[in-house]
Design a protein around this ligand. Structure first.
Ligand code: NDP
Ligand code: 2IT
Length: 450
């Protein structure tokens, strides 16, 4: 990086931080992209002249709203709702909704920003957006969740639509919540359309959408491993989280002959040296999706180790697939992973590795797949759900899975194209950031002052 360029990055970041104070996750996500793009922008001055970077970090629109609802005891409650409509250069805004008490503007802006590049990488025509609420679904009854979702949609419906903005799930938003949200949209608009993805199979959902993020991440990791003549067969794998992404990650790793030894939630992690086989995974799915209990109950049932308030990265393994939340692998944990022989980290979650952790992975030249490439399978199959809704047909499992595998291979190729360095090392971070940027930036250039 040249002296002037690094000054340029510092000045750009200082402006961004002054204009968007108290949003550390947003600053982190932008800084990574700006660093990756630095040389590319020097070599392609048309983007600089058109101030594409300055525009791409500015959301096209932000909607913030009050979500009042009444709990089972009859008490009035109020939460804050958000939708960040980040970029529509290549298609309608597209991205998930997160319901979690930590949700705030900065977190959703980081997620919406990353979504723009991720969606571009999928090759499908989807812009970027993200939304959600600081509502905490934990401990709430189905009826409370329903009333919250109905209130949330009673405001959101006026801002979204199948050709405008198409939300989906994320942390705390799964099939149950999408059903309630869809039902309310349909009542208010008197319209049955593909306004949300992740819908149930009996009302317009796509096969493989629940599986897609986890499966996609394993397919992406498989492509990375292939570049070193490796496969999942016989490998020991650490997975964090125990939700949607983690569950289907385990399922696909098992299918490819690997052994997953950990899962976690916000209370701690379990370590099962024999591996979480398909039978045990069934129990995890019941525990997390129906009983809505804690992962510690797995340790009680199968008599394995449970470590409270810790993350699984101290355990020895060949591959790590973080699938819980942002900044869940720090520098020390990254060093531990690598010194324990970990050869591949592929991000099922969004931004699970801190910048310092990523630097460790890159310095040690292990295979590192950043979330915006590795976890794009979820939104990719959301895009396929939109296509099926428009065509008013439903594809078979085989059809959708083949398309998902092709998309993940194509994302890997894009990373190789833009991320291969002179010494042949593939920097997937640069590859994903530059590869994702080009399509969106060119569309913005074509469309003028947008
Ligand atoms: P779920 O709500 O199904 O599961 C989230 C899991 O992560 C739970 O086990 C949860 O534990 C844990 N978790 C959440 N927040 C924290 C936290 N602050 N600290 C520790 N653990 C936490 O969400 P998903 O599986 O859908 O999402 C997981 C990750 O994958 C997120 O980063 C999401 O953005 C990303 N992602 C999701 C996609 C999708 O299609 N769903 C697509 C692409 C990325 P607990 O139950 O205790 O809260
Ligand atoms: O982060 C993500 O890509 C998602 N939560 C999925 C978004 C989507 O629209 O399917």
């Amino acid at each position: 990086m040249s002296h002037t360029s690094s000054l340029g990055i510092n000045a750009f970041m200082a402006d961004l931080m002054a204009k968007n104070p108290a949003e550390p996750e947003f600053h982190q996500a932008v800084h990574e992209v700006v660093e990756s793009l630095n040389t590319f922008l020097d070599e392609n001055p048309k983007y600089k002249h058109a101030r594409v970077l300055e525009r791409i970090v500015e959301p096209e629109r932000i909607i913030m709203f009050r979500v009042p609802w009444v709990n089972d005891k009859g008490d009035m409650c109020v939460n804050r709702g958000f939708r960040i409509e980040m970029n529509s250069a290549i298609g309608p805004y597209k991205g998930g909704l997160r319901f979690h008490p930590t949700v705030n503007l900065g977190i959703l802006k980081f997620l919406a920003f990353e979504q723009v590049f991720k969606n571009s990488l999928t090759t499908l025509p989807m812009g970027g957006g993200k939304g959600g609420s600081d509502f905490d679904p934990k401990g709430k009854s189905d009826n409370e969740v329903m009333r919250f979702c109905q209130s949330f949609m009673t405001e959101l419906y006026r801002h979204i639509g199948p050709n405008t903005d198409v939300p989906a799930g994320d942390i705390g938003v799964g099939g149950r919540e999408i059903g309630f949200l869809f039902g309310q949209y349909k009542r208010i608009r008197n319209e049955f359309t593909g306004v949300l993805t992740g819908k149930g199979l009996n009302y317009g959902g796509s096969v493989i959408r629940p599986e897609a993020t986890g499966y996609g991440n394993v397919y992406f990791a498989r492509e990375m491993l292939k570049t070193r003549g490796e496969t999942f067969e016989g490998k020991t794998v650490l997975v964090s989280g125990a939700g949607n992404v983690a569950q289907f990650t385990v399922q696909k790793v098992n299918e490819l002959g690997g052994k997953v030894v950990t899962l976690s939630d916000s209370s701690g992690y379990i370590y099962d040296k024999d591996g979480i086989d398909d039978e045990k995974l069934k129990f995890v799915m019941y525990l997390k999706n129906i009983k809505r209990g804690r992962i510690s109950e797995y340790a009680d049932k199968y008599k394995v180790k449970y470590v409270e308030n810790e993350r699984p990265w101290g355990e020895k393994a060949d591959i790590a697939l973080p699938s819980a939340t942002q900044n869940e692998i720090n520098e020390v944990e990254a060093i531990t992973l690598v010194s324990n022989g970990c050869m591949c980290v592929s991000e099922g979650a969004n931004m699970p590795s801190t910048p310092e952790a990523i630097q460790v992975f890159l310095d040690k030249r292990i295979l590192f797949g950043p979330g915006k490439a590795a976890n794009a399978g979820g939104v990719a199959v959301s895009g396929l759900e939109m296509t099926q809704n428009s065509m008013r047909i439903g594809w078979s499992r085989e059809e959708v899975d083949n398309r998902l595998q092709n998309i993940m291979r194509s994302i890997h190729e894009t990373c190789v194209q833009y991320g291969t360095k002179d010494n042949e090392f593939i920097n997937y971070v640069d590859g994903a950031n530059i590869g994702g940027f080009v399509k969106v930036a060119d569309a913005m250039l074509s469309q003028g002052a947008v």
